[in-house]
Design a protein around this ligand. Structure first.
Ligand code: SF4
Ligand code: SF4
Length: 206
């Protein structure tokens, strides 16, 4: 009994010191937290972040305004309104008959499930690794087509402009178009960019 009471006495006596020991040892451990936003962890390669509307190698848009992404979305976050390409008026935005005239994604609703990109028949819609989508007002979280369109790459011309001469829509999907041609460039230089029919209206996502 005497040994038990002595053991209890010493453990009580050194308990605060043992606590400080844990604190002291922790001071020399590797820090697990980080100074976000100054330091950002890279995401996994297949992380589903902000969407992107892709372009063909000559700059025409891949979206054909079919609305399948909007129908697939369980959160009703996508609004698409298709339009007709019109070569006579110099308003060709995609290789097919139709293009995405209005395209919006409401990030207040999106749950980043990826069903929309699965539904897209042309791979026009994909998701990037970008995850910084916070804002301080609701309106700015409805992204427009201009915000979602992929940046221009080398060899591209911004739509609208004609398709590559002699190519059909299917040729674009078979990878036969690799960059804008001289003929397309000449057309582009001769036609001051017509009024951008893809300009957003103030219409909001349903
Ligand atoms: S990721 Fe999911 S919730 Fe977000 S827009 Fe696509 S289908 Fe809708
Ligand atoms: S992003 Fe794809 S699914 Fe959505 S309207 Fe455009 S082509 Fe159709």
């Amino acid at each position: 009994m005497a040994d038990d009471s002595q053991g209890g006495f010493f453990s009580e006596l050194f308990a605060p010191v043992a606590g400080f020991g844990v604190t002291f040892a922790t001071m020399f451990r590797k820090v697990a937290t980080q100074e976000y936003p100054e330091v950002k962890w890279p995401t996994q390669p297949r992380f589903h972040g902000r969407h992107q509307l892709n372009r063909h190698p000559d700059g025409l848009e891949k979206c054909v305004g079919c609305e399948l992404c909007a129908w697939a979305c369980p959160a009703d976050a996508i609004f698409v309104q298709g339009g007709d390409n019109d070569d006579e008026r110099g308003l060709r935005f995609s290789p097919g008959e139709r293009y995405g005239h209005i395209y919006q994604i409401n990030y207040l609703r999106c749950i980043f499930c990826g069903l929309c990109i699965e539904a897209c028949p042309t791979r026009a819609l994909t998701m990037t690794n970008e995850y910084e989508l916070a804002d301080n007002n609701r309106a700015d979280l409805i992204f427009t087509k201009e915000q979602l369109l992929a940046p221009m790459q080398e060899g591209m011309l911004p739509a609208p402009h004609p398709m590559v001469d002699g190519m059909e829509e299917r040729d674009y999907y078979q990878g036969k178009v690799t960059a804008a041609t001289d003929e397309q460039r000449r057309w582009f230089e001769q036609h001051a960019a017509p009024a951008d029919e893809s300009a957003e209206t103030t219409e909001e996502v349903r």
